[in-house]
Every structure is written in C-alpha cells, then in structure tokens.
Design a protein around this ligand. Structure first.
Ligand SMILES: [Zn+2]
Length: 98
C-alpha cells in the first residue's frame, strides 16, 4: 500500500469515532479530551481535534491522525490499519494499486 493511499484514508477516517473505540473522550466544545493511552496519564492530556482530524498528547508528545492512533495503540503497521479502514470507508483499493 502506498503512503499516498494511507494519507487519503487518514484524511477520510473520522478521528473522534476511531479514538472513541479505544478510550473515553470528554466533550469540551471543539476539542475532545481523554486519558492518553500512550503514557501513564492521570489527567486528560490527549486532545482530539475533530476539525483538523488530528490528536495530540501534551504529556508524551504523541500525535497524528486516525491511522497513526490505531497503529500505535494496537502496535500494528500503518498499512494494516489503513487497509482495514479502507474497507470500512468503502475505498476501492484497486484504483490506487501499483
Ligand atoms: Zn501521552
């Protein structure tokens, strides 16, 4: 799978929805917060910004989009995650093959 395709999937996947499957998020207007799953977080250091579809942790510095989040939390490759999301999002992979 090409990096270009991963980026397209990354743009299309809804970060809030993806992250909500793994951690509890508190809604606070435009930014959602949750306990960061990537370090020992006693507060809610993880920010989810739905408008830009990115997450950022102010505790450990973890950041990225939906694909990055899942790849990191499940310790799998970005390609594997993007492949799964592509199916869920109805991407036609053949179109981008080669
Ligand atoms: Zn963190």
């Amino acid at each position: 799978m090409s990096e270009e395709l991963i980026l397209q999937i990354q743009k299309k996947a809804g970060l809030t929805e993806v992250v909500s499957k793994y951690i509890l998020l508190n809604n606070s207007r435009k930014v959602l917060k949750g306990r960061c799953p990537f370090h020992k977080d006693d507060t809610t250091s993880l920010m989810i910004m739905p408008e830009s579809n990115i997450f950022k942790c102010f505790g450990c510095g973890a950041e990225g989009g939906p694909v990055d989040f899942v790849a990191r939390i499940e310790s799998v490759s970005r390609e594997e995650v993007a492949g799964r999301m592509a199916k869920e999002l109805g991407f036609t992979l053949n179109k981008f093959a080669q």
